[in-house]
Ligand binder design. Sequence first.
Ligand SMILES: Cc1cc2nc3c(=O)[nH]c(=O)nc-3n(C[C@H](O)[C@H](O)[C@H](O)COP(=O)(O)O)c2cc1C
Length: 187
Amino acid sequence: MELIDAIYGRRAVRDYTDQAVDRSVIDALIDAAVQAPTALDEQPWVFAVIQGKGLLQDYSDRAKTHFLATFNPGSDPHSMRRDLLMNPGFNLFYNAGTLLVVYARPNRHFAPVDCCLAAQNLMLAAHARGLGTCPVGFAQSWLDLPEIKTELRVSQDYSAVIPLILGYPARMPGAVPRKMPEVIFSA
Ligand SMILES: Cc1cc2nc3c(=O)[nH]c(=O)nc-3n(C[C@H](O)[C@H](O)[C@H](O)COP(=O)(O)O)c2cc1C
C-alpha cells in the first residue's frame, strides 16, 4: 500500500472479527512503530500487549468502574462520556482481541510526543496490513494505575501514554470529515 493511501484510508475501527492477531504480526507492527523519530534519539517507549477478548471485556468493565468512580463533572465537561460508560453493554475496547499500550519511560521531556509518533506509525502499518486500530483514550488513566501496572508487569516508573486496540476489522467506518485547519504563514 502506498503511504499516502494508508494515511487517507486509516480509520478508527470499532468493530472486529474473531480472528486473532499473531505474535509475528504484532512484532512487525512494533518494529514499524519504533522507526518513528525521537527527541535526542531516546526511544523512550515500552509496549505492553494484552490479548484475549474475555480479558479485555473484564478490563473494560474495571476501567469503566474506575472512570465512573473518579468522574468529576466540574473538571470533565463531557457528560456524554459518562452516559456512554454507564451503559453496561458498552465495551471500551469494542470487542477487539488485542490491546497494545504505549508506555513512556520516565524523565524524558518529549517521551509522550515520541510515543504518539510511534503509535501513529503502528496504526498506519497495521492499516497497510489489513488490520484495524483505534486509540482508546478512555482507558489511559486506568492503565496508569499502580495496581494495573503491577498486574501487567509494567514498571511503576512508566507512564501510560496511549492505548490502542488492534484486530481484523469486521467493518470499516466512513471517513470523519476534517475541519479546515488554521494555518498561519508568516509574511
Ligand atoms: C488520543 C486519542 C484518544 C482517543 N480515544 C478514543 C476512545 O476512547 N474511544 C474511541 O472510540 N475513539 C477514540 N479515539 C478515536 C477518535 O475518536 C478518532 O480518531 C476520530 O473520531 C477521527 O476518526 P478517524 O480516526 O477514523 O479518522 C481517540 C483518538 C485519539 C487520537
